[in-house]
Design a protein around this ligand. Structure first.
Ligand code: GLU
Length: 366
């Protein structure tokens, strides 16, 4: 991998048009190639501080305010972390500041559900199509009568219901917290006051839960499934945790820090696919196009990114755009993706060593 200079001239005209109407917030230009050996640790840190300094002056966006706890955070907090699949972490700013995981949890619970009951059962509760609706839409696919995907509230609540059914009301949350902690490589905890607020005010999610029950995508009782969903959203993480969780996913489910297989290898593949197509609310298509990294964001201000077989990335900055994504988080990812060639379809993203070994050992025959 290497740093490369990518300028606004490289962007297609449609993207420039979208930016000028405010759909996409302009990203500062990526840094030029700094020297011949860009993979040294100090140069990754140099790139991180460049990205951090460029994104820090961005103050657009608003804090989530549907519960008081989210509106009371430090609006200016900002941290970025990158973790390699081998366990090395690079970070800057408030990368160790705790915030609630919120919707980022949806990717992890989906992965757990796939592992526990397999694709068929999971697909009977939620599909895998981008919805084109807001994350909290009370909208199901007219064809399947199921939520469009597990990254919007309806699909995630259906998955929480499934986990409740399989793991049991008593143990489901403890097992979930344990799995999230193993992915991060440290013990995570629940923010009780966020959980209580989510539970006290989550009537739209309750409506979704009852609708799921009515179409057969949820079993009774709805309330304990919702309780699990509210708790999973209220787990505290840092940008560093998100990067480490991302690295565990990127590393085929194996956490190199703790030497432990945390997620099942097939579940990890399916989870990344859904993150790639549905993980960034209504900006999922634009994100896949511009950033090209499977990711999931949450209204707490975090974004978890997975560069398959290579890195996990975590950002935290709580000011959100109209889609519910962290504004500085998006700007940072755009710069990192361009600078390090992290886009899944970038020609500098070499991916799996196993696959590349075929190309080095095989020669085409005429
Ligand atoms: N707790 C939030 C809700 O269910 C999570 C939303 C999000 O992060 O997208 O409304």
């Amino acid at each position: 991998m290497f740093w490369k200079k990518r300028t606004s001239e490289d962007r297609p005209q449609q993207m420039e048009d979208a930016m000028s109407c405010g759909e996409i917030i302009a990203t500062p230009e990526a840094p030029a190639t700094p020297s011949a050996n860009p993979t040294s640790h100090s140069q990754v840190d140099q790139m991180l501080s460049y990205v951090y300094e460029k994104a820090r002056p961005i103050t657009e966006g608003k804090l989530a305010d549907y519960i008081p706890e989210l509106a009371n955070v430090q609006a200016d907090s900002f941290g970025i972390a990158i973790a390699t699949t081998k366990g090395k972490v690079h970070k800057i700013g408030d990368a160790d500041f705790e915030f609630t995981i919120q919707s980022t949890s949806k990717a992890l619970t989906y992965c757990m559900a796939l592992e526990l009951v397999g694709r068929k059962e999971v697909l009977s509760r939620a599909g895998v199509e981008p919805s084109g609706d807001p994350f909290n839409a009370i909208e199901f696919s007219p064809v399947t009568r199921r939520p469009f995907n597990p990254m919007v509230n309806a699909g995630a609540i259906a998955i929480s219901g499934l986990l409740r059914d399989v793991l049991g009301v008593e143990k489901a949350f403890d097992l979930m917290l344990d799995r999230f902690s193993r992915a991060a490589g440290r013990q995570l905890s629940l923010n009780e006051s966020v959980y209580r607020s989510e539970a006290a005010t989550g009537h739209r999610n309750r409506a979704i839960g009852h609708l799921l029950l009515s179409v057969g995508a949820m079993n009774e009782p709805v309330e304990s499934a919702l309780d699990l969903y509210f708790k999973q959203c209220s787990i505290m993480v840092t940008a560093t945790d998100l990067a480490r969780i991302g690295a565990t996913i990127a590393n085929l489910g194996f956490n190199s820090l703790t030497n432990e297989q945390v997620f099942d290898i097939d579940a990890v593949r399916d989870t990344q696919s859904v993150m790639f197509t549905c993980g960034m609310y209504d900006y999922s298509g634009g994100w896949a196009y511009e950033v090209g990294i499977p990711a999931k964001s949450g209204v707490g201000g975090g974004i978890l990114g997975v560069v398959n077989r290579q890195l996990g990335v975590g950002t935290y900055s709580p000011r959100l755009d109209g889609n519910g994504n962290s504004v500085r988080g998006i700007a940072s990812y755009r710069m990192m993706s361009d600078s390090l060639g992290l886009h899944s379809f970038d020609l500098t993203n070499t991916g799996s060593e196993f696959v590349s070994s075929f190309f080095t050992s095989d020669r085409a025959e005429n």
